[in-house]
Design a protein around this ligand. Structure first.
Ligand code: COA
Length: 328
């Protein structure tokens, strides 16, 4: 299996001097990942949560890790006014009061996101306990979106045997994107692919039709999204609508889409909806033996990464390294 890409991401991340905040420090997997990141000198960390309570946890692994990582718990020294002001200023037009903004600081997801938003940390990794929806909401409200982009989405980085890595999107956030959202997903996925793999992105807007072979509202939406993405980012190498084989197999591309700039060499696959994206990444994992890294949240002004609740501590290390590179 070509797991080199994950190793490369870890090595590149460790060359930077970044700080990652973990809101869910009561989770033994988070503590194990945090210990590893510190011991291997990959990055600095900040842990949220009540250290004293955690030290008397029923779980021995938690008690021991918390003692070892004691210096990284930061609740006491926080500049609360700065964080409250930041959230209040971002959300006051939506009707939030200062008291409500203050109350949000009790939510570690908001606290973590606000530390990133105000520059006290470079990235936040959460979601081993919290739901995807809660992580995304905290990120959108506290950090906000990248300029020029209106959509948060997520990719999976797929490492396959003997071939370059692929980026799949959206696999976890927007169930039925409209054309503008699909264009945003394509542009952000290309950026993510470049940051993580250092390979030039070649984006395929996937469909059940290639270049008008079928006519349907769903294929027209993909064509419209492709045109919007080209307008927004004229330098992007992108084409659609394409079937997977026309996007991925040069001989089929030659037959079905001879004019396509992608030439059957797509490395960023944009699925028309969440059903397709989520099913495709799991099929690739199970049938092709790919290793899937993600979900990688993208489209935010600064990195906040979501974890799957079934994640391992190594997945959390990988997410921290991805967050570091996403902030480049
Ligand atoms: C992202 C998600 C949380 C948004 O849910 P929602 O019910 O629309 O959330 P809210 O109504 O609380 O919206 C929060 C804010 O984020 C905005 N927003 C929601 N989804 C957004 C997106 N994908 N991109 C950008 N902004 C988004 C909303 O417009 C809203 O903005 P506002 O508060 O400034 O008006 C929801 O789509 C979700 O849970 N997705 C995850 C799906 C999932 O469970 N995946 C896991 C398995 S695949």
């Amino acid at each position: 299996m070509d797991v080199d890409i994950i190793q490369q991401i870890r090595e590149r991340a460790s060359k930077q001097t970044k700080t990652i905040v973990f809101p869910e420090s009561g989770d033994p997997r988070v503590l194990q990942a945090a210990s590893y990141l510190v011991e291997e000198n990959i990055c600095d960390i900040k842990l949220l949560g009540n250290r004293e309570e955690l030290i008397s946890s029923e779980k021995k692994a938690v008690r021991e890790s918390v003692k070892r990582l004691s210096d990284y718990f930061i609740e006491e020294g926080l500049e609360r006014d700065l964080l409250i002001n930041h959230l209040y200023n971002r959300r006051k037009q939506k009707g939030i009061s200062r008291e409500e903004a203050e109350a949000k600081l009790k939510d570690p997801l908001y606290l973590g996101a606000l530390l990133v938003a105000t520059g006290a940390a470079n990235g936040c990794v959460a979601g081993s306990i919290a739901t995807t929806g809660d992580v995304i909401r905290a990120a959108i409200h506290s950090i906000g979106l990248r300029e020029g982009n209106d959509t948060v989405s997520s990719t999976f980085l797929m490492a396959l045997k003997n071939q370059p890595p692929l980026t799949y999107a959206d696999c976890g956030v927007v169930p039925y994107p409209n054309a503008e959202q699909l264009a945003d997903i394509a542009i952000e996925s290309a950026r993510t692919h470049l940051l993580l793999t250092q390979e030039k992105p070649k984006v395929a807007m996937l469909s059940f039709s290639t270049k008008g072979s079928a006519q349907h509202d769903r294929t027209e939406l993909v064509v419209e999204a492709t045109n919007i993405a080209k307008q927004k980012n004229p330098n992007l190498e992108i084409d659609g609508e394409l079937q997977f084989d026309a996007a991925f197999v040069p001989e089929v591309a030659q037959r079905k889409a001879p004019e396509s700039p992608i030439k059957g060499q797509a490395n960023v696959l944009i699925f028309p909806n969440l059903d397709a994206g989520n099913i495709a990444y799991k099929i690739t994992e199970r049938l092709a033996g790919a290793s899937a890294t993600g979900p990688i949240l993208q489209g935010l002004a600064k990195p906040m990464l979501d974890l799957s609740r079934g994640c391992s501590w190594q997945d959390i290390v990988n997410a921290a390294c991805v967050a570091i590179l996403m902030g480049e």
